[in-house]
Design a binder for this molecule. Structure first.
Ligand SMILES: NC(=O)c1ccc[n+]([C@@H]2O[C@H](COP(=O)([O-])OP(=O)(O)OC[C@H]3O[C@@H](n4cnc5c(N)ncnc54)[C@H](OP(=O)(O)O)[C@@H]3O)[C@@H](O)[C@H]2O)c1
Length: 251
């Protein structure tokens, strides 16, 4: 169960090698999280991530999970919930793709959309239903500012995040009053392997800063979290710029 401050004792990470998710897990283990499930594509990286969190004192297990295989989600995630209550699910998987390449390769673009959007619709619904059966828990979804307004430079990724964000908001409304809390997290540019080698955007931040914002959001039972918080104002202005002006911005 969560403590009086809304922090989880048990955590399920979807996308178990995500740098943002692992920074969040480390932070929560330092508070009160004792059990962690890392769901992800089996790899040495997933095992290393589990071993590292074990060294911090948590009981950690891994489970095979592929966002691109929605038919297997019910079984894979059902196994986790069958082992005991999960206080928090962190939906962290995602892929940036390669916009220039993917515009010429529709199959690759579809894989970005299927990972980030339809994979999340499937896994999100499976987890939401299990959390509802428990009667408590938080589903924390890593969306992105990229979903706020599609940019020329990454509209394939951005559109998939827009879909994910809208889905998570609607799910949060559907679960309102059930005891299950959905929190949409919208980071800007975060320095992780996902953005390695890309020119840094203004207000760039770190996985640790996202983790801190997630903790604060849980304590406040927030529905939306921007990281850094100033992006809420910046994006509200950008969202309303006329198309012709927005198109000319170097973003
Ligand atoms: N970095 C940023 O600037 C930024 C900003 C805003 C939002 N976000 C979002 O935050 C989340 C975490 O990103 P990150 O920066 O921590 O990136 P990351 O370290 O590259 O993590 C991405 C995660 O997604 C997993 N993944 C990719 N395809 C998958 C699939 N088909 N099935 C299961 N797992 C899959 C990866 O697993 P493998 O190890 O198997 O590849 C990895 O665990 C993503 O949703 C990302 O879109 C990131």
């Amino acid at each position: 169960m969560k403590d009086a401050f809304g922090l989880p004792q048990s955590l399920l990470v979807l996308g178990g090698t995500s740098e943002i998710a692992l920074a969040t897990a480390r932070r929560l283990i330092a508070r009160r999280t004792r059990t962690v499930w890392l769901a992800g594509r089996p790899s040495p990286g997933l095992d290393e991530a589990a071993a590292h969190l074990r060294d911090l004192g948590a009981e950690v297990r891994t489970v095979a999970f592929d966002a691109l295989d929605p038919d297997a989600h019910e079984d894979a995630l059902g196994k986790v919930f069958a082992e005991g209550d999960v206080d928090m699910v962190l939906l962290a998987f995602g892929t940036l793709g390669d916009q220039a390449h993917d515009e010429r390769d529709p199959g690759a673009a579809v894989r970005v959309a299927q990972t980030n959007y339809t994979g999340a619709v499937s896994a999100g619904l499976v987890c939401a239903s299990a959390l509802q059966t428990q009667g408590h828990g938080s589903l924390v979804v890593l969306s992105s500012v990229a979903g706020e307004r599609a940019r020329r430079a990454n509209f394939i990724y951005g559109s998939s995040k827009a879909g994910l964000d809208a889905f998570a908001q609607g799910l949060g409304d559907a679960l309102h009053g059930t005891g299950v809390h959905v929190m949409v997290v919208r980071p800007g540019f975060v320095r992780t392997r996902m953005t390695a080698g890309l020119p840094e955007a203004p207000l760039a931040t770190t996985p640790e800063a996202v983790a801190a914002a997630v903790e604060l959001g849980l304590r406040r039972r927030a529905e939306t979290v921007w990281v850094p918080g100033t992006l809420r104002v910046v994006m509200s202005a950008l969202r309303h710029l006329p198309r012709g002006v927005f198109r000319r911005l170097p973003v």
